[in-house]
Design a protein around this ligand. Structure first.
Ligand SMILES: CC(C)(COP(=O)(O)OP(=O)(O)OC[C@H]1O[C@@H](n2cnc3c(N)ncnc32)[C@H](O)[C@@H]1OP(=O)(O)O)[C@@H](O)C(=O)NCCC(=O)NCCS
Length: 170
């Protein structure tokens, strides 16, 4: 019989339980010679913000299996505040898709813009690197249900692309 004092980590969990937010102030060391944020720095923050939601949901170690296409819509300047919000869109078996939406806020001009959106796939692993099953995620809001359905379609596209690339590697 299960011990009522030990939480059951295999139970499905709502999206809201692992939604995460990470904030960064852009410093000179994060920028290029024009004083705008380096794309690579933002990619690093996106990976971290995504991993936060994946860790919280799976309650395990995770590794990044892939990051989908990224667009950077607006430049981000030194001194700006970057806000990254992440949530688990859907769990498959050992992998899960996490969406990260990035915003930039300028507290002098008091405006806020959408900078980028990213979809990442994380795989849950144990300390020895063996893949682990991830508990299902429960979408509750209309947006969460839409992301859940879209994540299924994106997985099919991702798999087809992966097979195509693999076939082209000599
Ligand atoms: C990602 C990784 C764990 C996949 O392991 P694998 O044994 O090749 O993969 P499998 O075919 O057994 O698939 C395991 C899961 O990962 C998913 N997966 C594997 N490669 C993927 C990719 N490129 N994109 C998205 N999902 C992927 C599979 O769909 C499967 O998901 P499911 O269990 O939910 O159905 C492995 O390639 C790895 O460890 N890569 C390095 C990860 C890393 O170090 N990342 C940091 C940057 S270097």
């Amino acid at each position: 019989m299960n011990d009522p004092n030990v939480p059951d980590l295999t139970m499905p969990r709502p999206v809201r339980d692992s939604q995460s937010e990470m904030n960064e102030v852009v410093l000179p060391n994060d920028t290029n010679p024009l004083g705008t944020l380096l794309g690579g720095r933002l990619m690093h923050w996106i990976d971290l913000a995504g991993a936060m939601a994946a860790h919280r949901h799976s309650r395990n170690y995770v590794v990044t299996a892939s990051i989908d296409h990224l667009d950077f819509w607006v430049p981000v300047h030194v001194g700006d505040l970057v806000i990254l919000r992440s949530s688990v869109n859907r769990v498959f078996h050992t992998s899960m898709e996490v969406g990260v939406k990035v915003w930039v806020e300028n507290y002098i001009s008091d405006d806020c813009h959408h900078v980028s959106s990213a979809y990442l796939t994380f795989v849950a692993v144990d300390a020895g690197g063996r893949h682990l099953p991830v508990p299902a995620v429960i979408p509750e809001s209309e947006d969460q249900r839409r992301r859940y359905d879209d994540a299924g379609r994106r997985r099919e596209i991702r798999r087809a692309e992966y097979e195509r690339r693999k076939a082209n590697i000599r």
